[in-house]
Ligand binder design. Structure first.
Ligand SMILES: [Ca+2]
Ligand SMILES: [Ca+2]
Length: 495
């Protein structure tokens, strides 16, 4: 295998390699989201289970929904009752970034936790978009997110090692040690460790959540505790509490994201279960958790390991699973909230012709397997709905799509994240997304009613197989690539 990674167009930045133009990588890694036409050799009947059999359909928010995953990028400061961190940041009494307050205890009042001020000098205007290499050498990185109080301390998931690696500021490679290491399925390309979220009150509440496949027929949503509440570098591997177990009828289309919403509930993306054409009709069936976005409270309650929000859209429908938030999903393996607006984006991988990004709203039907993108899938339908409009069958169209062939094409969308960093105010609200197979990357703007911008920004990206986007409390956007020379993590930067 020749590695013809070109150094032209690269320059060394203060921290790491900064890529300012598109360099080509020839190495191709097997697709994760998949393209059309695949069939699984597995067979068997689908049987989802809702985790604890004693789950009930009541209870309110399980978490104090003061923040969405710690993303207080709008300048909001949380004022939890006890300081959660005693790192050097807590000694600051004033800041210039407008994002933090003192973490000191004064009299009987305490404030905290403390997020360091956004460290960047804001860039005027609308600069070019660059990607700064932070670190490489990861084994199939599938997600990156910042520690809620230490935004430039990054937690990176490796799909097949099942490990979560912590990148400290300045690190350019993953450490040997892991924050957590799970035993995950090795045989199925799309399975493994897929999703991760800090509790919204982390680290004061020292719990984290993972979405993974321990074997070829199972998805688990589990909670782990820190081994020591004052040590953010290690989770206790023996502290697993399984919230939800879902049977997987096929090896692919497992979804994979978990994200806390601004309401403090955990949102879970599950694919249609797998194979071609959604043979079990999971997307359009409300009696299965497959092919859905779910919404649950993470505290045990009413005899189960999680709770159902009272205002979930199908709680009063006896034929529907009450966890369902939205349906008609094929394989939205990446979903993300805009931390400022609360808009939920999903990149839903298509089968043979169209890739889409949708804005997810409670109770809505996103079309699969009757729609692929804006188009009818195998048979007649109403394909006249415009972006985010409903068709005649009350199916919600995506906000954008792109084809599998031709200019600007791709074969497996990697849903992105929204930029809210102080570094480039002009980019605030921009959603970055990519294609895992064609390595193209785009930005779009959604104003709540219309896509006001949709631009191809890298053709191709500086590394191969963009596998996920992530963010931190400063609102930076990071990208992970499977890569040709060891998986990598980049940060979106002005150039
Ligand atoms: Ca599956
Ligand atoms: Ca759709």
């Amino acid at each position: 295998m020749t590695n013809d990674f070109s150094l032209s167009g690269l320059r060394v930045g203060t921290r790491a390699l900064r890529v300012t133009t598109c360099a080509a990588l020839a190495l191709v890694v097997a697709a994760c989201g998949d393209s059309g036409g695949e069939t699984d050799t597995q067979s068997g009947t689908m049987s989802t289970s809702e985790g604890s059999s004693s789950m009930t359909t009541t209870a309110g928010p399980a978490t104090s929904a003061t923040t969405a995953g710690g993303m207080t990028t709008g300048g909001g400061m949380t004022t939890n009752s006890t300081p959660a961190m005693t790192t050097t940041e807590t000694s600051a009494t004033t800041t210039t970034g407008g994002m933090t307050e003192t973490g000191e205890t004064t009299g009987t009042e305490t404030t905290g936790p403390v997020i360091p001020p956004c460290p960047y000098e804001p860039v005027d205007g609308d600069p070019g978009i660059g990607l700064e290499l932070i670190a490489s050498g990861f084994n199939r990185p599938v997600y990156v997110t910042g520690h809620p109080l230490m935004p430039d301390t990054l937690y990176v998931l490796e799909q097949k090692s099942g490990a979560i690696k912590i990148l400290n500021p300045g690190d350019d490679a993953p450490p040997d040690e892991s924050f957590l290491e799970l035993n995950v399925n090795q045989s199925e390309n799309e399975m493994g460790l897929l999703g991760f979220a800090f509790h919204p009150d982390f680290p004061e509440d020292p719990r984290v959540y993972v979405h993974y496949n321990p074997d070829a027929s199972t998805t688990l949503i589990s909670e782990f505790q820190l081994a020591d509440p004052d040590d953010h570098t290690l989770a206790d591997p023996n502290s697993e509490r399984v919230l939800m177990q879902v049977d997987q009828p096929f090896g692919n289309h497992n979804g994979g994201s978990i994200e806390f919403g601004p309401d403090g509930y955990l949102y879970i993306s599950l694919g249609d279960g797998g194979a071609a054409n959604d043979p079990l009709n999971s997307g359009q069936s409300l009696d299965t958790l497959l092919g859905k976005i779910l919404r649950v409270g993470v505290e045990p309650g009413n005899g189960g390991e999680y709770t159902i929000p009272d205002d979930n859209p199908f709680v009063n429908d006896p034929g529907a699973e009450p966890e369902i938030w939205a349906y008609g999903i094929r394989n939205a393996w990446k979903i993300a909230f805009d931390p400022e607006t609360g808009v939920l984006y999903a990149g839903d991988v298509g089968q043979g012709e169209w890739e889409e990004v949708s804005v997810i709203e409670g109770g809505e039907n996103y079309g699969w397997n009757e729609l692929e993108g804006f188009h009818c899938f195998q048979g007649a339908c109403d394909d006249s709905a415009g972006p985010h409009e409903l068709n005649a069958d009350n199916m919600r169209a995506p906000i954008v799509e792109y084809p599998h062939d031709g200019p600007g094409s791709g074969k497996s969308v990697t849903g992105g994240h929204v930029y809210r960093s102080c570094e480039v105010p002009a980019w605030s609200g921009v959603y970055f997304y990519a294609d895992f197979v064609s390595d193209r990357m785009w930005t779009l703007r959604w104003d709540g009613a219309n896509v006001t911008d949709n631009n191809l920004i890298f053709d191709p990206s500086p590394d191969s197989n963009p596998s996920s986007f992530g963010t931190n409390a400063w609102g930076d956007v990071y990208v992970t690539f499977f890569g040709g020379f060891g998986g990598s993590v980049y940060r979106v930067v002005p150039q």
